[in-house]
Design a protein around this ligand. Structure first.
Ligand code: PLP
Length: 418
């Protein structure tokens, strides 16, 4: 290895697997380092407000985890998860009208691992998968390791556009798409929710073209306005459903789950054995006790009120400060607003200037497959993490950065340089 000052040359560059070449680091992960600086207002990560959890109760639950369960939480466990954890998850799913038994699911190390396991189970190099565009960048990252050809379908205020999906499926043909990955409720990064009509249409199209549907649902319980739409899995048992405790309890527990038809679960189980043998039993014990022994619904309802105030503060600030050319979504829950700026504003370039001004966000291009060239004039801004005054200040500062870019563009136009 040769090092020269700040540059470290990679002597191993020619031996990495080709899949690594097509992967890119998550902009959000890279930005988390900056997010922890006290002088930065972070609109970047989808981080739940864990400081509002009943921390005394959580400490008690964690401290008692070994005492109550004996050594079982410290031992290797079943690859598919602890029976007691699965029972808790089945109960949680009843609230979403999804009626399952413990054998219908596998506990995973967060929904993120579920995405990776699904990629590993279904995607061969070059396989077509369909996602919303933009979509969750962590899903793109997980799938990219298996080198799919990702086709994206735009959304509007009613979620993924079914006219575009139908046209795409027609073009691609029956049974050629491995799966459609969707976040129908409070989409990440869009914040939008798929209407009931579109949910029905999506399932019809999936049957007609024989395509699997993966429903990722981390935000469904974070609703502060409007009536819930049914989960896709509640409408169709063939849908693969991903859940997680990350946003309703704590992401540090890294506990999620996959519900899928049994033949698919068998394959995922096999794949998971090669990945981690089993997830953390101790974390699962903590999850069980949190959902069994604390008033978690009440806690979540109180935290949701905070998210609601923050969403209102963000939308009001956007209205107050952003230029009339900007457009943004109006989420009724979840964590994110998606902002679209004039074509010529490049949010990747904007990020470093915003950082100098003490604000970070996720540039839109990270929410599209690498090299697609889409989303460069868009950004994801999260309202979940900061207090209302700080959100207002962040939006004010961002608006100044945007205004500067727009003024520069106008000057180029006036000078005849563009
Ligand atoms: C849509 C979506 N899916 C999956 C995840 C990953 O969740 P987990 O913390 O359970 O791994 C996230 C996290 O932000 C997400 O937004």
């Amino acid at each position: 290895m040769v090092t020269s000052g700040l540059i470290q040359f990679d002597d191993w560059a020619d031996i990495y697997a080709s899949r690594v070449e097509t992967m890119r680091t998550s902009a959000v992960r890279d930005l988390f380092a900056a997010a922890s600086r006290s002088d930065i207002i972070s609109l970047s990560g989808g981080m739940p407000d864990i400081a509002r959890l009943p921390l005394d109760k959580v400490s008690e639950v964690a401290a008692n985890a070994v005492k109550k369960e004996g050594v079982s939480g410290l031992q290797y466990g079943d690859t598919t998860g602890r029976e007691q954890t699965k029972a808790v998850i089945c109960r949680l799913m009843e609230d979403s009208d999804i009626h399952i038994k413990p054998e219908d699911l596998i506990v995973t190390t967060g929904a993120q691992q579920a995405l990776d396991l699904l990629g590993k189970t279904f995607i061969d190099v070059g396989d077509v998968v369909i996602t919303e565009g933009p979509t969750y960048l962590g899903a793109l990252q997980a799938f990219s390791a298996y080198q799919p050809d990702v086709h994206t379908i735009e959304f509007d205020d009613e979620g993924m556009r079914m006219d575009l999906l139908e046209a795409e499926l027609k073009k691609l043909g029956k049974r050629t798409v491995k799966f459609i990955y969707t976040i129908p409720t409070f989409q990440n990064p869009g914040g939008v929710t798929m209407s009931l009509e579109r949910r029905k249409r999506l399932l019809e199209l999936a049957h007609e073209y024989e395509v699997l549907v993966i429903e990722d649902d981390p935000y469904g319980r974070l609703r502060f306005e409007g009536e819930p739409e049914p989960c896709l899995r509640a409408m169709d048992d063939d849908v693969i459903y991903l859940g997680t405790v990350s946003k309703v309890f704590a992401p540090g527990l890294r506990t999620g789950w996959i519900i899928a038809p049994h033949p698919i679960l068998q394959k995922i189980k096999m794949v998971k054995q090669g990945t981690d043998l089993c997830g953390s039993a101790l974390n699962q014990v903590i999850v069980e006790h949190y959902f069994n022994d604390t008033p978690w619904k009440e806690t979540l309802a109180n935290i949701n009120v905070k998210y609601w105030e923050r969403r209102d503060a963000m939308l009001a600030a956007l209205e107050e400060f952003f230029p009339p050319e900007a457009r943004w979504t109006h989420p009724c829950g979840g964590f994110f607003v998606w902002v679209t700026l004039p074509e010529y504003v490049d949010t990747v370039q904007m990020l470093s200037v915003a950082l100098e001004n003490g604000v970070i966000f996720v540039p839109g291009d990270g929410c599209y497959p690498a090299g697609s060239g889409k989303g460069r004039n868009a950004m994801r801004i999260a309202f979940c993490y900061e207090e209302p005054e700080k959100l207002r200040e962040a939006i004010r500062r961002l608006s100044m950065v945007i205004e500067e870019r727009m003024a520069l563009y106008r000057a180029f136009i006036n000078a005849g340089a563009l």
